[in-house]
Write a protein that binds this ligand. Structure first.
Ligand code: SF4
Ligand code: SF4
Ligand code: FES
Length: 244
């Protein structure tokens, strides 16, 4: 059935913190739906034809860059991967992802958070021999099955949806959260990383780490890349509980 011609009614959060005197508010826009329309396409339509000041982020339009995360009818998701046809009544409410610094309207600064998270979990291979530079050394061989597992955990696009869906993160700003656990699990799995469980415990062995997680699994429910948060959080927690 074609949904062409249906009028969609968007309620969009507007607020520019850089503009003196601006106040947070919801603004209504109407858009004529086109076949295969995504929230991202509709937002571009609004920006081009109704309000050029509307702020939102995108780069890839293919669910890869993670820039277009926002709260769509109450659920964190990627605007470029969400079809408007999903909303039968044509009423769509858009809010910026909570838990991040607001840049303006639907745009938030996920990059600042992700950079701090990467530094906190020391998001690189810790090889004790790395300082012994040897340009003649052959590339290290990896077991393809292990590499498959590493790739599986590496699919995160840093969109921030899991953070916005996490009640613990909202209550405890220093909570590492699911994206950090997933990153750490990826290095824990990688045989080239020589860190021990004691080393990982130093990063996540407290209430701001895995022991603070309430296991309500908003991260699992709202990760648009379907990363296995439940399994990895349970795995890390068991591992860390065994560290003496
Ligand atoms: S399971 Fe843990 S990390 Fe995931 S949303 Fe819940 S509290 Fe946050
Ligand atoms: S783990 Fe999933 S929800 Fe969280 S930032 Fe990565 S892709 Fe987004
Ligand atoms: S625009 Fe890149 S994930 Fe949506």
């Amino acid at each position: 059935m074609s949904d062409e011609g249906r009028i969609l009614r968007f309620q969009i959060f507007r607020y520019n913190p850089q503009k003196t005197g601006d106040k947070p508010r919801m603004v209504t826009y109407e858009v004529t739906e086109a076949p295969g329309m995504t929230i991202f396409i509709a937002l571009n339509d609004i920006r081009e034809n109704q309000d050029p000041s509307l702020q939102f982020d995108f780069i890839c339009r293919a669910g890869i860059c993670g820039s277009c995360g926002m709260v769509i009818n109450g659920a964190p998701d990627l605007a470029c991967r969400t079809l408007t046809s999903k909303f039968e009544d044509g009423e769509i409410t858009l809010l910026p992802l909570p838990g991040f610094e607001l840049i303006g309207d639907l745009s938030v600064n996920t990059g600042k958070f992700m950079r701090a998270m990467s530094e906190r979990v020391e998001s690189w291979i810790h090889d004790l021999d790395a300082d012994k530079v040897n340009y003649d050394k052959l590339e290290e061989r990896m077991d393809p099955d292990v590499m498959e597992e590493v790739y599986e955990l590496e699919r995160c696009v840093e969109c921030g949806c899991c953070i916005s869906a996490c009640a613990t993160k909202r209550m405890r700003p220093d909570f590492l959260s699911a994206v950090g656990f997933m990153r750490l699990a990826r290095y824990h799995l990688d045989p080239r990383d020589k860190r021990t469980d004691d080393d990982f415990y130093e990063i996540i062995g407290d209430d701001d780490g895995v022991f603070g997680c309430m296991t309500l699994l908003g991260c699992e429910d709202y990760c648009p890349k379907d990363l296995p948060h439940q399994t990895q959080i349970a795995f890390l927690r068991r591992k860390m509980a065994l560290v003496k």
